[in-house]
Design a protein around this ligand. Structure first.
Ligand SMILES: O=C[C@H](O)[C@H](O)[C@H](O)COP(=O)(O)O
Length: 262
């Protein structure tokens, strides 16, 4: 691997490179968003060039679509694909139950739709994203711009009624303005500290008028591939309840785009 890579980047690249091996000829694949997913797109581009791998992909963001095009990956819409064989994506946090927080990059809505429309979802992450309980990472909630302050207040009241600790709700900003998602919505970040019941919270949040989707992924992830800075990866399979360690020789990534390693 490149000498310039940070330990976190080496871990992300290790996980992404291992996950790329799960893509087979002819598959319809969901491509996630974020710095770890960017390593995946890079690895898949490399497999196309080296092995002639051919697959069609549905990107979960404009950012991923642009990078995939640069890699020569054939893109289709989810409508065209119909259903996907596999989605591979990053996460902001994951726990032992395969629950996730996603949306740190604001792509949670498309990511959840794409992952839910897939036979299988593999999460790739630096081992540092593993938590005992979700919630240290602020939970992103995508809301409709119309009346978003009212939606924020409803979320705060709902959290208060549910006696959720912390419960600070902050609109996400970009350059002093509301951050706008690929679907034209806003994001409210819920600073909760600790989420006791992710399934229940996910359902309650989605009942609030104005909420489009939340970043809790429950019963969606089938496998976690966790990467370590020394290039080791650990594969955890939800169905098999087993964990497997791989010590693979990682090729140098080569021709890296500077924006891959954010
Ligand atoms: O909206 C962004 C996505 O959910 C990302 O997959 C998540 O934020 C993890 O990103 P990264 O791989 O950059 O840590």
């Amino acid at each position: 691997m490149s000498e310039q890579m940070s330990p976190a980047d080496r871990a992300k690249y290790a996980a992404a490179h291992r996950a790329a091996a799960f893509v087979e000829d002819g598959m319809r694949v969901g491509l996630g968003t974020g710095s770890t997913a960017a390593w995946l797109v890079r690895s898949l581009g490399q497999r196309q060039r080296d092995e002639g791998l051919r697959f069609r992909a549905v990107p979960t963001s404009q950012r991923t679509a642009e990078q995939a095009r640069e890699e020569g990956i054939a893109l289709v819409t989810l409508e065209e694909a119909g259903w996907l064989d596999l989605t591979i994506d990053g996460a902001d946090e994951f726990d032992a139950e395969f629950n996730l927080i996603k949306g740190g990059g604001g792509a949670l809505l498309r990511e959840k739709i794409v992952a839910a429309a897939s036979e299988r979802m593999i999460v790739i992450a630096d081992i540092g994203k593993e938590v005992g309980r979700l919630g240290a990472f602020p939970l992103p909630v995508e809301v409709i711009p119309f009346g978003w302050q009212a939606t924020q207040r409803l979320i705060e009241e709902t959290l208060e009624a549910a006696d959720v600790l912390g419960r600070e709700v902050r609109p996400r900003l970009a350059g002093g303005q509301p951050f706008v998602t690929d679907e034209g919505n806003y994001i409210l970040d819920l600073h909760l500290g600790r989420i006791g019941q992710p399934r229940r919270l996910a359902m309650v949040l989605n009942q609030i008028p104005g909420v489009v989707e939340n970043g809790l992924f429950v019963d969606i992830c089938d496998m976690v591939i966790a990467g370590y800075a020394d290039g080791r990866v650990e594969l955890r399979d939800r169905d098999r309840g087993a964990s497997q360690q791989d010590n693979i020789e990682l090729p140098r990534p080569g021709n890296l785009f500077s924006d891959i390693a954010e």
